[in-house]
Design a protein around this ligand. Structure first.
Ligand code: ATP
Ligand code: MG
Length: 380
């Protein structure tokens, strides 16, 4: 596609000549403007790839002032095209960071060289800017990580140290039940640290672009039962308020198969986070409904709890890293879980939706499109 050029020139005859030369060189002249106001309007309307700017213009503002105005609001590389080449003018031109300077009279190939150099330089700058922005984002992420994770590590580590200290110093006086409760406390804290490390690792893997979607046939029903068994075991070990996960599996009547192509690792991240949130944010226990439905085109997972719910103003930010709702601050967490869920759902080309009523409960629904693997279909 040919580059779109805006010509800012107050001499109509020269402007038309430049337009003719540019067209012959294969560029598209989107507009000719002879003053600052028209130049700004043209930039807003046509978003040119480059502006060729005369220094002397009609009206109060010259080309250098016009370039400065354009730079304030738009990213357009500007090449000056002028008969003025004295030191004072050059000094003023430099202040608006031009991408080139052509002195009249000029040859057609001078025009082309200056435009191509300017366009290339601008493209290179865009790449550098994008790399810098990414670098900045990563740096922010790193410092957020260090702040949150070190804060979140401190509490469970202190709990472990305190429990071990008590066991070491007072073991002869402690009852069996008391010793068990201290060990239990240390275990819960160690689990919390393990969970944190896993989250940090998964986030880092995703950030490095190494979290990938590699679907393979899995038995959805067996997978979900296994998941619930893991949670049950966790419960029994932790002796936390009893929450029951009730699994319901349905499929389209003509769908005989429970083997479907999904990425087991991503699905594990998605469902463990949703189920653990449902349990964690239901401080008085109760039932968590875990519904799985699959058709030929999609697998739908729904996790519904009767917990604390999510305030409406937090809903739009739920999948942002480190965001925690205002009513959840007393319950430990980093705010990384749902960001990981969202990344895994995206990698699978799916969608996630949340419905919540404060104090009543929350329902997360994940829909993942599936392509049926012929190998998975049972032989007739
Ligand atoms: P962790 O990183 O350990 O999972 P977290 O649970 O705080 O910490 P997310 O899982 O990302 O982080 O959840 C973000 C926030 O969304 C939570 O802090 C909580 O405020 C809210 N939230 C998520 N799921 C639920 C739920 N089922 N019920 C109520 N609030 C929830
Ligand atoms: Mg969570």
């Amino acid at each position: 596609m040919s580059a779109k050029i805006l010509v800012v020139e107050d001499e109509p005859v020269i402007a038309l000549d430049i337009q003719r030369q540019l067209t012959q060189l294969g560029y598209t002249v989107v507009a000719i403007a002879d003053c600052a106001t028209l130049a700004l309007e043209a930039v807003e309307r046509w978003h040119p790839d480059l502006a060729l700017m005369d220094i002397r213009l009609r009206g109060d503002q010259n080309g250098i002032e016009t370039a400065a105005l354009i730079r304030q609001h738009h990213e357009v590389p500007i090449v000056f095209l002028t008969a003025h080449a004295d030191a004072a003018t050059m000094q003023q031109v430099k202040a608006v960071y031009p991408y080139g300077y052509i002195v009249k009279p000029f040859e057609k190939h001078d025009l082309m060289t200056a435009i191509e150099v300017a366009l290339n330089r601008y493209q290179a700058e865009l790449v550098t800017q994008a790399a810098l922005a990414k670098e900045k984002e990563l740096n922010k992420l790193k410092s957020d990580f260090i702040a949150i994770v070190s804060h979140e590590f401190r509490n469970p580590l202190s709990a472990i140290l305190l429990s071990l200290d008590l066991l070491q110093r007072h073991h002869s006086q402690l009852t069996f039940a008391k010793a068990q409760s201290l060990l239990q406390r240390a275990r819960l804290a160690a689990d919390r640290i393990k969970h944190l490390l896993q989250e940090v690792l998964t986030t880092a893997t995703a950030e490095a672009g190494k979290l990938q979607c590699e679907p393979s046939p899995i038995d959805l029903v067996a997978f979900c039962h296994q998941l619930i068994a893991e949670f049950q075991l966790d419960h029994d070990l932790k002796n936390t308020p009893q929450t029951t996960i009730v699994l319901t599996h349905t499929k389209e009547p003509d769908e005989r198969n429970s083997l479907i192509d999904l990425d087991e690792n991503l699905l594990h991240h998605i469902l463990t986070n949703l189920l653990s949130n449902a349990i964690k944010y239901s401080p008085h226990g109760g039932k968590v409904q875990f519904r799985v439905h699959h058709t030929l085109d999609a697998a739908i997972f729904q996790v519904q709890d009767c917990g604390i719910g999510i305030p409406e103003r937090d809903l739009p930010h739920l999948f942002e890293r480190f965001h925690r709702a205002s009513n959840a601050k007393a319950i430990p967490g980093t705010g990384l879980g749902l960001a990981i869920v969202k990344q895994c759902v995206d990698l699978h080309g799916g969608t996630i939706d949340v419905q919540s009523i404060l104090g009543v409960g929350t329902t997360f629904t994940v829909t993942i499109p599936i392509t049926q693997n012929e190998d998975c279909l049972p032989s007739a």
